[in-house]
Design a protein around this ligand. Structure first.
Ligand SMILES: Cc1cc2nc3c(=O)[nH]c(=O)nc-3n(C[C@H](O)[C@H](O)[C@H](O)COP(=O)(O)OP(=O)(O)OC[C@H]3O[C@@H](n4cnc5c(N)ncnc54)[C@H](O)[C@@H]3O)c2cc1C
Length: 561
């Protein structure tokens, strides 16, 4: 046997990322870019080098829960994998959360931070999960105006010192529901000393090894539904390191995100601090969800980019029928759709980062806030669905090797699959986005204006056709919404996913087209243009007149009905 197949290799993940670099050149002022680039080069080197090697070596290790010590004491200790321990230190030192709060570059700090997160995420097996929640907790605490918590906790959440750095969990989902959190059964009671104590079960708590968490509970006597819930802050362990009346019942056995210790918890009198009033907790935790959804979108773009980088490299190393796969027209055609999706997702996620950064630095405006409200769910659901499809195609691009665990490839698909489930499923976010679009506050009009502004910046004739696809898709969705609202609630709800995906994909295409024109003009580079044209052909307008009665008929399989 003389044949040996070379595996795919990664280079510096910043230097090799044409789309990210081109975007940053356009979006950041030159001075800011000069200042942030060394950190991005360093992160790119780690992500394609040492961290990637550690990730492959650490492939089989998973978090371990030890519930009892040798002497029968309940300890509920969670040990995370070696890769995650490295990731925790690096995340603090390299400021993957901190950068957004240090605000060295004003409104651009969010973009800088998201670029770090984008490079860090694919090599750290979803360590992005605790980081997203940590970032979200800092944001929610700041937004709450709770001075004592802000002063005591936020410096830990945003620290660059690994010894000081805390991560935060987000305990919302209960057995009754993750989407309909208003059904939550956890109760908050005040004890004789006036300390709030939580009693209940939390069904999905990732980052279970975190030092703190934000959680929802219903103060005794409050009414039902989301409005009766309050937002609480929990410090998970006491000074001796013992869990504070929290039991870790088990770690979930999951399809993917296997390094994330997702636990089921029982809160049995857990001391907690009210964050902002004794009700309206869902509203109070919303800033956290906006940040975690932004991370979700950035992670989706990043996982797609990793898959594309590996598949492209492999196509040059693998030969079949007399030439490399990279030279096969059909393989090139198949792969071409993947960077187009990844690049569109990058622009959509980073546009939300720009809007977030403006709002956080006080440079936002009302129209920007409305746009952010509408675009956050649209961006999250659009990028997540794309990531699952791209990851699946990436595996096939490797043939049988893509299905074999020790190539390190299947984990991309398994991890991508969670992106459309947590932080709001596609349907739940589609309904949320539709509510935001249907409000008479001008959010939809602001999005229309944004898409048109992007389209107006395009002069290249072939690119203009792609931009027109975006404008037409938006118009079709807006007309559909108008008609469906007049029709009935069933039509409206049933079409929400197609409506939201159309808006999300139209926005992504418009942003990509704007970038592509800039890249043609300033960099003489036609690749973003090729990505935009390809994306325009990949299903942007998804509005169809499906019959809701057909859908309900298909829900039933039995002979009788
Ligand atoms: C790996 C992992 C980690 C997680 N970590 C956390 C965590 O740290 N903290 C936390 O709080 N949660 C966490 N979750 C939970 C996650 O957020 C929920 O699973 C998710 O929000 C969905 O809730 P559910 O599981 O109750 O599904 P359900 O709400 O029961 O949804 C089931 C299906 O019904 C659809 N659906 C629901 N309502 C509607 C509607 N009105 N119209 C149309 N369709 C609808 C949904 O889209 C979904 O397809 C995690 C989940 C996973 C998989």
């Amino acid at each position: 046997m003389t044949f040996s197949q070379q595996p795919p290799r990664l280079g510096n993940q910043y230097e090799d990322d044409r789309a990210l670099r081109s975007y940053l050149r356009r979006a950041l002022p030159p001075d800011a870019l000069r200042e942030v680039e060394p950190a991005l080069v360093e992160m790119g080197e780690l992500a394609g080098g040492e961290l990637y090697r550690t990730q492959l070596e650490d492939r089989l290790s998973e978090p371990r829960l030890t519930q009892w010590d040798a002497w029968g004491e309940r300890v509920d200790r969670i040990e995370v994998s070696p890769l995650w321990r490295v990731a925790e230190r690096l995340a603090a030192e390299l400021g993957v959360v901190a950068t957004a709060y240090e605000r060295r570059h004003g409104p651009h700090s969010r973009v800088h931070q998201c670029a770090l997160a984008y490079l860090f995420t694919p090599s750290t097996d979803i360590y992005s999960c605790p980081l997203a929640m940590t970032d979200g907790a800092a944001r929610a605490l700041i937004a709450s105006g709770n001075k004592a918590l802000v002063e005591r906790v936020v410096p830990h959440l945003t620290s660059r010192d690994p010894r000081e750095f805390w991560t935060s969990g987000q305990w919302m989902t209960e057995l009754t529901g993750g989407s309909d959190v208003g059904l939550s059964e956890t109760v908050a009671r005040r004890d004789a000393e006036g300390v709030w104590r939580l009693h209940g079960r939390k069904w999905f708590t990732s980052a279970a090894a975190s030092q703190v968490a934000l959680t929802l509970a219903r103060p005794e006597g409050n009414g039902p539904g989301g409005r009766g819930l309050a937002l609480f802050f929990v410090e998970t362990r006491d000074a001796e390191g013992r869990l504070r009346n929290i039991q870790v019942n088990r770690l979930k056995d999951k399809l993917g995100t296997r390094k994330v210790p997702t636990a089921e918890l029982t809160l049995d009198g857990t001391p907690a601090v009210l964050v902002a009033g004794t009700n309206e907790g869902v509203r109070a935790i919303a800033p956290m969800l906006n940040v975690t959804r932004l991370w979700n979108g950035v992670s989706a773009a990043a996982l797609m980019r990793r898959g594309v980088a590996l598949a492209r490299d492999y196509a040059r190393r693998r030969t079949a029928f007399g030439s490399t796969l990279a030279e096969k027209p059909l393989h090139a055609d198949t792969l071409a759709g993947l960077p187009a999706e990844a690049e569109a997702a990058l622009h959509l996620a980073f546009f939300v980062a720009e809007l977030t950064g403006r709002e956080e630095s006080g440079e936002g405006c009302e129209a920007g806030a409305r746009l952010l409200r509408l675009l956050t769910p649209l961006m999250k659901l659009t990028t997540a669905r794309a990531a699952v499809a791209v990851a699946s195609e990436v595996l096939e691009a490797f043939g049988g090797a893509g299905y074999v665990e020790d190539t390190g490839l299947p984990v991309i698909l398994r991890d991508a699959q969670v992106l459309s489930i947590w932080e709001g499923t596609t349907n739940v976010l589609a309904l949320d986005a539709m509510r935001a679009a249907a409000k008479e506050d001008g959010a939809l009009a602001s999005l229309d204006e944004e898409i048109k502004t992007c389209a107006r910046s395009v002069r290249d004739a072939r690119l203009a056709r792609a931009a027109k696809t975006a404008c037409d898709a938006f118009t079709h969705a807006a007309v559909w919404l108008d008609d469906a609202r007049k029709e009935n609630q069933v039509t409206l709800e049933a079409g929400a996913r197609r409506f939201a995906l159309t808006l999300g994909r139209a926005t992504a295409l418009a942003l990509l087209a704007r970038q592509a024109q800039w890249s043609l003009d300033e960099e003489c580079d036609a690749r973003a243009s090729a990505a935009a044209r390809r994306f325009a052909l990949s299903g942007v307008d998804l509005i169809v007149e499906a019959d809701a009665e057909d859908s309900f008929a298909l829900m039933s399989e039995s002979q009788a009905n």
